[in-house]
Design a protein around this ligand. Structure first.
Ligand code: PEP
Length: 254
């Protein structure tokens, strides 16, 4: 079975005390992961090591960064490089979240450079894609997402896409309480897998974990994660409440 992933995206939320308390609550809720399941906690940069140390004994649970630089180390004030993440033992990084694309003008080319940096240092990207509402209303979401994938990922050697992690996040569903239906998620995930299969072949495409993101919560996770091509979720708001996120973890395919 493909790796099934529950990824929390804390964004720029929580004080350090709240971050520690949320981590403690998640652990107290008992996170059980099977061999094909993974839990990621994408926390703000300053909290990476604190949370990492707290979860070190939890099997299948890892911290992730929410971003990395598109360049190697150097005179880039305020940036954090993939090499620095690797040096801190961080093995996962979100790349291309819609908030980075919108507020920090990260286009497909910049994201391709970030993906390259992460892979060069052995940090696994969680690559986000997804369309805005206007594109969904025009019915052109498939080609929009296809372009995002092609321009940021399809320069990579095929083997680099084996066990890759992609998060499909329709922008109109992020933080809005408006979730894509499980059928809408499945349709797009199947499309993404086909686009990848056309590039690298079906055997590798079948190993790619495709997460859904957009107002996932305890009440809807099982239905969405139950779809054939949905391999878990990237979760914002609901990941800040331990009881919600623990249910979401337990909603991953067994
Ligand atoms: C996200 O931040 O990636 C996200 C999907 O947020 P939310 O779950 O709050 O919609």
């Amino acid at each position: 079975m493909r790796t099934q992933i529950a990824a929390a995206n804390w964004k720029m939320n929580l004080s350090i005390e709240q971050a520690e308390s949320l981590t403690d609550q998640l652990i107290a809720g008992e996170i059980h992961t099977s061999a094909h399941q993974l839990v990621l906690l994408a926390v703000p940069f300053p909290y990476l090591l604190t949370v990492k140390n707290k979860i070190s004994k939890q099997s299948g649970v890892y911290v992730a960064a929410q971003n990395c630089a598109s360049t190697t180390n150097g005179a880039y004030t305020g940036e954090v490089s993939a090499e620095m993440l690797k040096g801190m033992g961080i093995s996962y990084v979100i790349i291309g979240h819609s908030e980075r694309r919108e507020y920090y003008h990260e286009n497909n080319q910049i994201l391709a450079a970030k993906v390259n940096m992460a892979l060069e240092y052995g940090v696994q990207p969680v690559f986000c894609c997804g369309e805005p509402l206007s594109v969904r209303e025009a019915g052109t979401q498939n080609s929009y997402v296809e372009t995002q994938l092609k321009e940021s990922l399809f320069h990579l050697d095929k083997e680099k896409l084996r066990h890759f992690i992609i998060a499909y996040e329709p922008i109109w569903a992020i933080g809005t309480g408006k979730t894509a239906t499980s059928d809408q998620a499945q349709d797009m995930h199947a499309h993404i897998r086909k686009v990848i299969a056309d590039y690298v072949g079906g055997e590798i495409a079948d190993t790619v974990s495709i997460l859904y993101g957009g107002s996932v919560k305890a009440a809807n996770a099982a239905e969405i994660f139950g779809k054939k091509d949905v391999d878990g979720g990237l979760v914002g708001g609901a990941s800040l409440v331990a009881s919600e996120f623990n249910v979401i973890i337990n909603s991953l395919k067994q």
